[in-house]
Design a protein around this ligand. Structure first.
Ligand code: OFO
Length: 168
């Protein structure tokens, strides 16, 4: 069993992960509309991973004999002016998710819930990876993104991303 505080913060995190899935799916649609199918693929794969992040939390809450409360998912909004703008917003979004995962870790510490603290470790590592991979794409877009031929090559590279269930 987990405390009410832990239950609530994990439920909030479930909502944030599903919001992330929705946000990336909507970005995938945007990229597809402007002909950047590799970018679209990258965002769609990310959306699937976010669903997995939400479901791992979902199963954990149930597994601890607690309650899942699914709340409304907000409508995703983002500035669609260019791929670099979108990726800058992705970076900011992931930073906010990192700080939200930090709050889960801190609350687990305060509640002396070592199992949840241990469980959330994977998410802390995952966030480091997500921020790093988004930063690398931003760096490439900044360096070469103004050239259409370079953008084409980055798009082709992002088309190679494949979905796999997270190694949790
Ligand atoms: Fe679930 O890591 Fe991104 O948002």
């Amino acid at each position: 069993m987990i405390s009410d505080k832990i239950r609530d913060i994990l439920n909030e995190q479930i909502n944030k992960e599903f919001y992330s899935a929705y946000l990336y799916l909507s970005m995938s649609a945007y990229f597809s509309e402007i002909g950047l199918y590799g970018f679209s693929n990258w965002a769609k794969v990310q959306s699937k991973e976010e669903i997995d992040h939400g479901m791992i939390l979902f199963e954990y809450v149930l597994g601890r004999n607690s309650q899942v409360h699914l709340a409304q998912i907000s409508m995703p909004t983002f500035d669609m002016s260019s791929p670099i703008e979108v990726f800058e917003q992705i970076y900011q979004h992931e930073r906010s998710i990192t700080s939200s995962i930090d709050s889960v870790a801190n609350t687990s510490d305060n509640e002396c819930d070592l199992a949840t603290r241990n469980f959330i470790d994977w998410y802390l590592k995952e966030q480091i990876e997500e921020e790093a991979s988004v930063s690398r794409i931003i760096a490439k877009l900044k360096a070469f993104g103004q050239e259409k031929s370079a953008l084409f090559l980055i798009d082709r590279e992002l088309s190679n991303r494949e979905y796999s269930y997270p190694e949790y």
